[in-house]
Design a protein around this ligand. Structure first.
Ligand code: PMP
Length: 407
């Protein structure tokens, strides 16, 4: 994407004009959450101004309009993920809720004492803790795929972890710390050869690379709206129809029922069986708008441009003495984590902030990964298509200053 395209895109994000301590904001914390374009902000307002009424079963005009918008949003997500059926798209609060749903419901239906769940060493806490809770509840074992020093999963070790007690594999598509793009298609194929289903945590993947759940043959795929330019509080679980039909509801309440008596309740059809309570229909429609926006720019264009940015920042970071890039996989997405000498990442982050630069520091909700690397965490830069090489240059100069102050 050329400079004028990026400038036009930047002008569509009002927050990029904010001043932080009187400096222009440089926002390199897109892995945590992305900023919102005007069209998404407008869609939220439009929803409340023109079609706000609780959805499903409402006979009145506004309710029907809101229902239609919400269900159209489901269709947009379905198309975006390359899924074939709207019924396979469940709206959740985000990736975390989607994984908790599967860990609970799949666990109830298919897991017993002595069974095993396989995850990887580079998982976010939201793809560790729900499985640990399941393991505790059902007296099961959590098995962990290791990685090599570059941050690449060890697939031979993975194959050896699978056995007749493995009930499910759950791994991240892209690591939020290392940037590693995992070979999830291969991971899925290996598990499927033993009839084991696979959940993919797509939180860090969908904003940056083309995802097609059918091509991947994923059994479950989760992502968060707020990491792909949509509001907080809306996310998605894709699940193959056969699995969603085979597992029980996650939460009880309105929307998810067919009939209720005090003696017995029957459950609604897919996907409503998993959507108890009033859904975030404003969030879902804003998510659909965000997906439209991203598709208009083009995921391929986004991936290519962000790749340029990450290559550039890596090259510039390596100009700095005692620089250690954490995560050196060949296939990386828009995340670059680093450490400088013995300087604590927190100090770097604090001082960069005073210069208007937002980066994330710490273990990034992947504490076991930091432990396995024996590091206190990292400084993490994570990029969006609205970032520029000029911003990277300003960041590198600021970082050099900060290192000078801390050395
Ligand atoms: N998985 C990964 C890889 C993530 O990066 C994140 C967010 N940092 C999550 C899951 C959790 O997403 P959310 O908090 O939106 O549920």
């Amino acid at each position: 994407m050329d400079k004028s395209t990026i400038e036009k895109i930047r002008s569509e994000f009002p927050i990029l004009n904010e001043k932080i301590y009187n400096k222009s904001l440089i926002y390199f914390d897109n892995g945590a959450t992305t900023q919102k374009p005007q069209c998404v902000l407008d869609r939220i307002n439009y929803g409340y101004e023109h079609l706000n009424a609780n959805i499903h079963r409402g006979v009145h005009f506004l309710s029907q309009l809101a229902t239609e918008a919400h269900e159209n949003a489901r269709k947009a997500v379905c198309d975006f993920l390359g899924a074939t059926k709207r019924e396979e798209i469940v709206f959740t609060r985000g990736t975390t809720e989607a994984i908790n749903l599967v860990a609970f419901s799949f666990g109830e239906a298919f897991c017993n004492e002595g069974d095993e769940v396989v995850i990887s060493v580079m998982e976010h806490h939201s793809n560790i803790v729900p499985w640990q809770m399941l393991c505790e509840r059902k007296k099961m074992k959590l098995r962990v795929i290791p990685m090599n020093e570059k941050g690449v999963l060890d697939l031979d070790a993975y194959k050896k972890l699978l056995n007749e007690r493995t009930r499910i594999v759950s791994v991240t598509h892209v690591s939020n710390v290392l940037g590693t793009v995992n070979p999830v298609k291969e991971i899925i194929e290996i598990a499927h050869a033993q009839n084991i289903p696979v959940l993919i945590d797509g939180a860090q993947a969908v904003p940056h690379i083309q995802v097609n759940v059918k091509e991947l043959d994923a059994d479950f795929y989760a992502f968060s709206g707020h990491k792909i330019y949509a509001p907080t509080g809306i996310g998605v679980l894709y699940g193959k129809e056969k699995w969603l039909n085979a597992i029980p509801p996650y939460q009880g309440g309105g929307e998810m029922i067919a009939t209720v008596t005090f003696e017995k309740t029957t459950y609604n059809e897919l996907p409503f069986k998993f959507e108890a309570g009033t859904p975030d229909y404003i969030g879902s429609t804003a998510l659909a708008e965000a997906l439209r926006y991203v598709q208009e720019i083009g995921i391929e264009n986004i991936a290519a441009y962000e790749h340029e940015l990450t290559e550039y920042v890596t090259k510039r970071l390596l100009e700095i003495e005692n620089m250690r890039i954490i995560g050196q996989a060949e296939d990386k997405s828009a995340v670059v984590s680093f450490l400088v000498g013995n300087i604590h990442p927190y100090d770097v982050g604090m001082l960069l902030d005073r210069l208007g630069i937002a980066v994330r520091t710490g273990h990034h909700c992947a504490q076991p990964l930091s432990d396995s690397l024996e590091i206190p965490g990292t400084v993490r830069t994570s990029f969006s298509f609205y970032n520029t090489k000029d911003e990277i240059d300003v960041f590198i100069e600021a970082l050099k200053r900060v290192i000078g102050m801390l050395s």
